[in-house]
Ligand binder design. Structure first.
Ligand code: MN3
Length: 238
């Protein structure tokens, strides 16, 4: 049996210690305290949540909002600030960055910018105790296109059920028309030149703690209770 010299033993022990570290980190990560992500340093800043984390319960529970806003959404700004440093993207407004980055083979820029932008639209259009119905021009457009608000909701719920993996279901405006569309990952109506009136995140982190795998129940509850129809109507283009 070959004798192991001291230098080899030290190297082996060090390698073993290095290997062990990720497992310890992973074990600790399984019970994360709800600490907020560090604030992004750089040009891209996450807008404040327009309501308290507890405000959307029981439709969306406080822990879901906290994790979704302070961890998932916040991470897109941290990533963007890190990866766009010293690139032309750093000086772009977020919607412009989404469109430009969609032409880039390196998908990190688009994925993070798209998700940052989608989530800004998302938080902004939610509100506790939202009005039960849109009014005026938005309601007319919905009635003409879908027959009624209830029909729109049914179609949104059905459409959201067909998103595979991470993605969004939108009510979008294309010129004088409204349409329901699904997008995958960080994509949204912006990249096809359409206006996002509202979008519902159907990635599991958006609802799993509250609804487990019952995505349709979640989407229906959001549509029935916490849509800020005034914000949605304000996004309509002339
Ligand atoms: Mn999300």
């Amino acid at each position: 049996m070959p004798k192991i010299n001291r230098r080899a033993f030290v190297a082996t022990a060090a390698a073993a210690a290095t290997l062990a570290t990720p497992y310890i980190r992973e074990a600790q990560a399984q019970t994360p305290p709800p600490t907020p992500a560090p604030p992004a340093t750089g040009p891209f800043k996450q807008p404040p949540l327009p309501f308290a984390e507890t405000a959307l319960a029981p439709v969306i529970g406080a822990r879901t909002v906290a994790l979704h806003y302070s961890r998932h959404h916040a991470s897109y700004y941290t990533n963007l600030n890190n990866i766009t440093k010293d690139t032309p993207y750093a000086s772009m407004a977020l919607p412009q960055l989404v469109v430009e980055a969609n032409k880039d083979k390196d998908r990190r820029f688009f994925n993070n910018a798209g998700q940052a932008w989608n989530h800004e639209r998302y938080w902004e259009m939610l509100t506790p105790g939202g009005a039960k119905s849109p009014e005026n021009r938005l309601l007319e457009l919905i009635s003409v296109t879908f027959g009624s608000l209830d029909e729109l909701k049914n179609k949104i719920v059905a459409s959201s059920g067909t998103v595979f993996g991470s993605g969004w279901t939108w009510l979008a405006q294309d010129g004088g028309k409204l349409e329901i569309m699904n997008t995958s990952g960080g994509d949204g109506p912006l990249t096809s030149g359409k206006t996002a009136l509202f979008g519902i995140d159907v990635w599991e982190h958006a609802y799993y703690l509250d609804y487990e795998n019952r995505r349709p129940d979640h989407v229906k509850a959001v549509l029935d209770n916490i849509i800020n129809w005034n914000v949605v109507a304000s996004r309509l283009q002339a």
